[in-house]
Design a protein around this ligand. Structure first.
Ligand code: PEP
Ligand code: MG
Length: 324
């Protein structure tokens, strides 16, 4: 089976009835990169930038970061690479920047932390923009957005980074900007977000956690955590609608995109790209090439009408088994 998946490497991610979807990789470690290119993906939909921050004993400087980002951009050029700004806090903490909170997932996390520390944020944004010189495939994405004001402030800082670098004599471009939709408030405001940014990316890991009020890392409630919960499906449908209305592409970069059952529903929902761990790419390509969009749409209609995530999962499992 692994061999037959391997043969799909250079085939397009297209359904039997001709519907094309982009498959992108989630990366974070340099070692992911060779692999994801080998799996024939269309670019990087989510590059998590936390790892170099976690493994060092201090914040990496601008040069150091620029070098790391440049390597990723160069490797994938001309394919797009989405670099996500630092998403620490929550479950990702830095030993040299301790944050102690009762409720870290509802606390000082992602964009909240970086906006409070513009020196950390600007260093990273400058590094990203510099890394894009000569590449041109950079997209910048902000995590944990729950207010429109955060988008405006973050974009202003990015514009400042570009301006500073130009004043220093570098020929840099303002990259396209997108945001993660991973907090229920962002779903409800997706129409406003879609008018402010070049793309939206649904983070189903956090969105599921926050919509269902189930800690994504707590084994005791793990059985309650399911991305196929109708509440999650309806939320994604709402984001896709808003995106369509304002011609803002919607991608999904949480674990749901790499799960065959999830991918079928997302295909039917009409997301423009699926971004997943490298290990899932070929399997999902196989799913896309095996199931027609028409059939996926029938399954989605059934799923949206179901009352429990377990029923949705069982129904999709049967459908996948039928495909072989
Ligand atoms: C998500 O929340 O779905 C996501 C992709 O981001 P992370 O897993 O890094 O929080
Ligand atoms: Mg997240």
């Amino acid at each position: 089976f692994a061999d037959s998946l391997e043969s799909l490497k250079d085939e397009p991610a297209e359904t039997p009835d001709g519907y094309r979807i982009k498959l992108l990789a989630n990366t974070g470690l340099i070692s992911d990169i060779n692999l994801s290119l080998a799996s024939g993906c269309d670019g990087i939909g989510l590059h998590r930038t936390e790892f170099p921050f976690i493994v060092r004993d201090r914040f990496p400087g601008e040069e150091e970061q620029a070098m790391l980002y440049r390597r990723v951009l160069e490797y994938f050029r001309p394919r797009p690479v989405v670099l996500r700004t630092l998403d620490i806090g929550g479950d990702k903490s830095l030993p040299y920047f301790p944050v102690h909170e009762e409720n870290p997932f509802l606390g000082w996390r992602g964009i909240r932390l970086t906006l409070d520390h513009p020196e950390i944020f600007l260093t990273q944004l400058r590094a990203m923009v510099r890394a894009n010189i000569g590449n041109g495939n950079l997209r910048v994405m902000f995590p944990m957005i729950s207010r429109l004001h955060e988008v405006d402030e973050a974009k202003a800082l990015l514009a400042r980074a570009v301006e500073e670098l130009r004043e220093e004599g570098m020929e840099v471009e303002m990259p396209p900007v997108g945001v993660m939709v991973e907090v229920p408030a962002a779903v409800a405001m997706a129409d406003k977000l879609a008018q402010r940014v070049a793309f939206l990316s649904v983070g189903t890991n956090d969105l599921t956690q926050y919509l269902l009020a189930v800690d994504r890392n707590n084994a005791r409630v793990a059985a309650l955590y399911d991305e196929l919960h109708p509440a999650v499906l309806n939320a994604i449908a709402q984001v896709v609608d808003s995106g369509r209305q304002y011609r803002c592409p919607v991608s999904v970069c949480g674990g749901m995109a790499g799960d065959p059952a999830g991918a079928i529903l997302l295909l039917a929902l009409g997301v423009s790209s699926l971004s997943m761990s490298v290990a899932s790419l070929l399997r999902i390509k196989w799913v896309v090439r095996s199931i027609s969009r028409e059939r996926a749409t029938e399954l989605l209609t059934l799923a949206l009408d179901m009352e429990s995530p377990d029923d949705v999962r069982a129904m999709l499992k049967r459908a996948l088994d039928e495909q072989g």
